[in-house]
Design a protein around this ligand. Structure first.
Ligand SMILES: Nc1ncnc2c1ncn2[C@@H]1O[C@H](COP(=O)(O)OP(=O)(O)OP(=O)(O)O)[C@@H](O)[C@H]1O
Length: 309
């Protein structure tokens, strides 16, 4: 279990993480989701003691990282998808890590097996593809058989097979009862991979909870309506809690009323409908809605939705 309380990090005048509180439970895959620069890496670095909080605290199984007696058995982390530039083989790289931390050599063979590195374990790490490098990073994170696994953007730059492998791996680790916390800036990926979400923007928590719940809370569905008397219909139904956007003379997008109610209201007015289609926002749209005000740099100004014509 990871618990953050009012966790804050300033770099000079820059507020990278701004009073975040959240819990990451064991036996679940928890996605840490946010746009670039949101504060994910900084938060993860604080969890494993690589950065010191300016305020607040974060604990793993009730203790701050520095207080853990055997940190590598408690927490394993893959923090940067950096290639290991070494002429060593993967096996020797892992053996060196294991020896440094007093772990048995047989554990190296186990993690090589777990991460599917068997066929390349004796090849030079310097020649590894990004995908193989990620597997090696995960193998290193798992060396201490940690109860908590933290992976920063583990699927970044991977091909579809590599992405699928990471997904299967984190599920396997969570099913073993471990706490699994992985970051991503991709909602679509997290929706498939994670059970729970912690969504962050500009250093602040925007949403937490089961994936489906976060999506439903964010996704405001609308109804596409076509009618030859669209403007008249818009005037009749727009009002408290109902937003009507006209894209042309015959087409409306209605929020705040379901399709059946719009159909009934139109029928009561004798207004013919040529189309009545519920629209559900995609996952990416839900994420964009969540983080719209929180991305550090907009590539272009966010479009404004117009009110009823
Ligand atoms: N060492 C540092 N010194 C100054 N500013 C930093 C430092 N590390 C991070 N920042 C800033 O803090 C903010 C949060 O960065 P962080 O890397 O934690 O975000 P992130 O969500 O992991 O994004 P990304 O996916 O782009 O890495 C950014 O504005 C970043 O520029």
């Amino acid at each position: 279990m990871i618990e953050a309380e009012g966790l804050t990090k300033h770099y000079g005048s820059k507020v990278a993480v701004d009073g975040v509180s959240f819990r990451v439970e064991p036996g679940r895959v928890t996605g840490f989701l946010g746009p670039n620069g949101a504060g994910k890496s900084t938060t993860m670095r604080m969890i494993v003691g690589l950065d010191t909080p300016t305020a607040g605290r974060v604990t793993v199984n009730g203790k701050q990282y520095a207080q853990l007696r055997a940190p590598l058995h408690e927490v394993g982390a893959l923090l940067e998808a950096k290639a290991v530039h070494t002429g060593r083989s993967a096996r020797n790289h892992l053996r060196a890590l294991a020896a440094t931390h007093g772990m048995p050599t047989r554990r190296v063979d186990e993690v090589i097996e777990m991460t599917g590195l068997g066929s390349v374990a004796d090849k030079r790490v310097g020649g590894f593809s990004l995908g193989m490098g990620q597997r090696l990073g995960i193998a290193a994170a798992l060396l201490g058989d940690p109860r908590t696994v933290i992976l920063d953007e583990p699927v970044n730059g991977l091909d579809p097979e590599g992405v699928k492998w990471v997904r299967t791996m984190v599920r396997y680790l969570a099913d073993q009862g471990r706490t699994v916390f992985l970051s991503s800036h991709l909602m679509s990926e997290m929706a498939i991979t994670a059970d729970e979400l912690v969504v962050i923007g500009r250093g602040r928590i925007i949403a937490t909870g089961p994936v489906q719940q976060v999506i439903e809370q964010t996704t405001s569905s609308s109804v596409l309506v076509r009618s030859p008397r669209a403007r008249e219909l818009a005037d009749r139904i727009a009002g408290d809690g109902v937003t009507v956007t006209a894209s042309d003379d015959v087409t409306l997008s209605v929020r705040g009323l379901d399709a059946a109610r719009i159909g009934d209201l139109a029928a009561a007015q004798g207004i013919a409908l040529h189309e009545l289609t519920p629209q559900t926002a995609s996952l990416e749209e839900a994420f964009m809605t969540l983080t719209a005000d929180d991305v550090e740099y907009h590539s272009s100004p966010a479009p404004q939705e117009g009110q009823a014509a």
